[in-house]
Write a protein of this length. Structure first.
Length: 295
C-alpha cells in the first residue's frame, strides 16, 4: 500500500469518528451535563489511552524538550482552546451547526500555509474547497431546524468560529510536527501524549469543580465514546494521516465530517432525508474525489 493511500485511509477514519462528535456532545448538553467538565474528561481519557499504549510498547520514556515550543503551542491553542470553544458552543447551538462552522478551518489553514510557508493553494484545492462549502451550505439549508439548547445563539456561533480558527492552527502545526515522522508512528503517539498531558493539566480546574455530571447510562456511554474514539482514535488517525497527506488537502477533506455527521444523524437521530442533504452530500463527495484522484 502506498503512503498516500494509507494516509487517506487514516484521514477518512478520523473524519467518520469526528462525524459522531457534534451530535454526541449536543446530546449531553441537552441533558444538562456541564460541557467544560465533558471537555476535560475527554482530554483526560485521550491522555490515558496514549499513555497506556506507550507503556505497553515500552516507549513511555521520551524527551520532553524536543520541539517543546510547537508542542506547547499545539497544547494550548490547538487542543485546549479548541476543545473549550467547541464545547461551549454546544451549550447554545446544535452539534451539526458547530461542526459546520468549525469546518471553516481550511480557510485558516490556507492562510497559515501562505503566510508562514509561502505555499499557495492549487486550483484543484480551491475548487474542492468551493464545492465542499457549497455542499455544506446546502446541508445547512436542508436541515428542518437546528435543535438549539437555549441561551444566546450569537455567542454560540462566536465560540464555534473560535473552534474553527483553533482547529486550523492545530491542523497546520501538527502537520509540521509529524511529517518528518513517516517511518516512526510511535513517535507520533509520543508527541500526542505530550500535547494531551499539557492540555489535561490546563483542564484540571474544569474537571475538579462542582458541576452537573453524567447520571444515566446513556450519558456515560456517549462521554466514554467521545473520549475513546474522538479524543483517542480520531486524533491518532488524523496525525498518522498528516504524515502522508498535504496539510492543505487534509484541511479541505475535513469538510467531509459534515457529510458523516448527517449520516450519523440519519442512522441514530432520525434525521429526515431531503434533496438538499443528498445534493450537498454529492458535492462534498465530489470535492473529496477531486482532491484525492491522481494526476
Amino acid at each position: 500500500m502506498s503512503h498516500t493511500r494509507r494516509g487517506y485511509i487514516f484521514l477518512f477514519i478520523a473524519m467518520f469518528l469526528w462525524g459522531i462528535h457534534g451530535p454526541a456532545g449536543h446530546f449531553l448538553a441537552t441533558r444538562g451535563v456541564d460541557m467544560l467538565w465533558v471537555a476535560s474528561a475527554r482530554v483526560l481519557m485521550g491522555t490515558v489511552i496514549f499513555g497506556v499504549f506507550l507503556l505497553i510498547t515500552g516507549r513511555f520514556t521520551m524527551d520532553w524538550r524536543e520541539r517543546w515550543r510547537t508542542v506547547a503551542a499545539l497544547s494550548f491553542v490547538g487542543l485546549f482552546l479548541n476543545t473549550v470553544t467547541f464545547h461551549l458552543a454546544l451549550n447554545t447551538i446544535s452539534g451539526t451547526l458547530v461542526m459546520i462552522i468549525e469546518n471553516l478551518s481550511p480557510v485558516f489553514v490556507f492562510f497559515l500555509s501562505f503566510a508562514l510557508a509561502g505555499v499557495r493553494p492549487t486550483w484543484r484545492e480551491i475548487i474542492a474547497l468551493i464545492l465542499s462549502l457549497l455542499g455544506m451550505l446546502l446541508i445547512v439549508y436542508g436541515k428542518d431546524s437546528f435543535d438549539f439548547g437555549g441561551g444566546d445563539v450569537t455567542v454560540g456561533i462566536i465560540w464555534a468560529v473560535g473552534a474553527g480558527i483553533t482547529f486550523g492552527w492545530y491542523v497546520y502545526f501538527s502537520a509540521d510536527l509529524v511529517v518528518p515522522l513517516r517511518d516512526d508512528p510511535v513517535k507520533v503517539i509520543q508527541f500526542l501524549f505530550k500535547i494531551f498531558v499539557i492540555s489535561t493539566v490546563l483542564m484540571l480546574p474544569f474537571l475538579l469543580r462542582d458541576c452537573p455530571k453524567p447520571q444515566k447510562a446513556d450519558e456515560w456511554f456517549w462521554l466514554v465514546e467521545m473520549g475513546l474514539f474522538q479524543s483517542g482514535g480520531a486524533y491518532l488517525c488524523w496525525n498518522y494521516a498528516l504524515r502522508d497527506v498535504p496539510v492543505n488537502t487534509a484541511s479541505v477533506l475535513f469538510l467531509l465530517t459534515i457529510l458523516f455527521t448527517a449520516i450519523n444523524e440519519l442512522l441514530f437521530l432520525n434525521l429526515a432525508l431531503n434533496a438538499y442533504i443528498v445534493i450537498g452530500g454529492i458535492l462534498i463527495i465530489a470535492s473529496g474525489r477531486l482532491i484525492t484522484r491522481n494526476g
